[in-house]
Design a protein around this ligand. Structure first.
Ligand code: SF4
Length: 252
């Protein structure tokens, strides 16, 4: 039997897609972005977390049936405002089989969205994005060398999946975390805008400025926060590369 590993379910979320949503956080991510604010979501297995001296286990195994039952509890509320569920993480595509079963069992009864780094085998990416209503895809950096330096992995697969997504016409939101001195330069944003220009499914670009509190959870999972950039400098909030190409842009 397929089970998934999740580390949080947040109900009544309003920033993870349209309407009021339930956000499901799936555990495990192949990337290691130095600014990641969810270090407890990176490992694939449940792990010990210590919050204010209290020990707990972060990560719970759950069957698709049980998760679907939880999600459908709010079906009427979702219907009233066009809300639904957003799967995030970690990297939800790392648990694609589980996700596909959940989507299958939801059977289109509620709006579904996925927030992904785009790092997944092409076939997996295509299968899952085909089944959801909205894709929220992070685009961190276009330069492959810098991407590897700051996230631990090449972006070749991510950019290839972005191309597939654009080609499919599926509604999507491109999310860019703005990290000071890492990817907030004009050159990177211009290159990102060029990739997105003319994409018919693109609803908007969302810029997510880095926040100093990102490192808060590292001590809870016995890790040191080593961002590698100056966290005191605010990121550049540059929307021009997108707006001059008529791409709707929001700063969150
Ligand atoms: S892709 Fe997201 S979850 Fe994974 S390490 Fe980067 S910021 Fe964290």
């Amino acid at each position: 039997m397929t089970t998934g590993t999740i580390f949080s379910i947040e109900e009544f979320a309003i920033h993870d897609g349209p309407g009021i949503r339930t956000t499901v956080f799936l555990k495990g991510c192949p990337l290691r972005c130095t600014w990641c604010h969810n270090p407890e979501g990176q490992g694939f297995e449940p792990e010990t977390m210590v919050k204010k001296g209290e020990k707990s286990v972060c990560g719970e195994r759950i069957s698709p049936e049980k998760l679907v039952a939880k999600l459908l509890r709010n079906e009427e509320i979702f219907k009233m405002n066009g809300g639904g569920v957003t799967f995030t993480g970690g990297e939800p595509l790392s648990q694609a089989q589980f996700l596909l079963e959940v989507l299958e069992k939801l059977g289109g009864r509620i709006h579904t969205a996925i927030e992904t780094s785009g790092y997944a085998p092409k076939e997996v990416f295509r299968k899952v994005t085909d089944k959801v209503d909205l894709v929220m895809m992070d685009i961190k950096m276009v330069d492959p060398k810098r991407h590897r330096e700051w996230t631990g992995l090449s972006n070749a697969l991510i950019l290839s999946n972005l191309e597939t997504l654009i080609g499919s016409g599926k509604p999507f939101i491109a999310r860019i975390p703005l990290i000071p001195g890492v990817n907030d330069d004009r050159e990177n944003l211009e290159k990102t805008a060029v990739l997105l220009e003319g994409a018919t499914g693109l609803q908007r670009v969302e810029l997510l400025p880095y926040h100093k509190t990102a490192g808060a959870k590292y001590p809870m999972v016995a890790r040191e926060y080593l961002p590698g950039f100056d966290t005191e400098i605010p990121p550049r909030l540059d929307t021009e590369p997108f707006e001059k190409r008529n791409i709707k842009t929001m700063i969150l």
